[in-house]
Design a protein around this ligand. Structure first.
Ligand SMILES: [Zn+2]
Ligand SMILES: [Zn+2]
Length: 189
């Protein structure tokens, strides 16, 4: 149960953001990183400061990369660098590596295979949303056949839209040293 704040209550203020709390220790830790004890802001309501958060994500990604399946480079696939840069063909990969890195030693160890994110509309969710304020069994008034008819229409409609996105997953990796050889990127050979 959350205790309501009463008028006569003593409130404690966070010295940084000035928010008020009934609990003194909550107030004094309000803008303090729970990990390193440095000051932090309230962005994304994180309990960590940005530096600790970055470290946490880096560590998470490192584990993903470690577990990723090593695959052969295929110039027909789309790749990304795990830092919001996507390469859509062999030329893209070539220029990404040749333009962004001066020395062989600076090259990243891996690039990651990116897959197209399917654009799907689910008839069931569309109907469920639309029936939000209707009576509980309203959905039963629609037959399975009609659900399917809507789903077929939604599938076709989704195909007609020009929505194309690529994922940033880290489940498949290629060795950059292999890419450099396959693409014959002279400056790194
Ligand atoms: Zn605060
Ligand atoms: Zn911290």
């Amino acid at each position: 149960m959350v205790n309501p704040i009463r008028k006569d209550m003593t409130l404690y203020e966070c010295s940084n953001c000035k928010r008020k709390f009934a609990d003194k220790s909550v107030a004094s830790n309000c803008c303090v990183c729970g990990i390193c004890g440095e000051p932090k802001d309230h962005k994304h309501s994180n309990v960590e400061c940005q530096a600790c958060l970055d470290k946490k994500y880096q560590e998470r990604d490192r584990k993903f990369v470690e577990k990723a399946t090593l695959v052969k480079y295929d110039s027909k696939l789309v790749y990304h660098n795990n830092d919001d840069q996507w390469m859509f063909d062999g030329d893209g990969v070539y220029y990404y590596l040749a333009d962004n890195y001066d020395l062989k030693e600076d090259l990243p160890e891996y690039l990651y295979v990116s897959e197209e994110i399917p654009f799907v509309l689910c008839a069931e969710s569309v109907i469920e949303n639309a029936l939000d304020e209707h009576h509980e069994d309203a959905g039963d008034c629609i037959s399975k056949k009609e659900y399917k008819r809507l789903q077929d229409f939604l599938n076709q409609w989704a195909k007609d839209q020009s929505i194309l996105s690529w994922d940033g997953y880290l489940d498949k990796k290629v060795l950059v040293s292999e890419v450099v050889e396959v693409l014959d990127i002279k400056k790194f050979l």
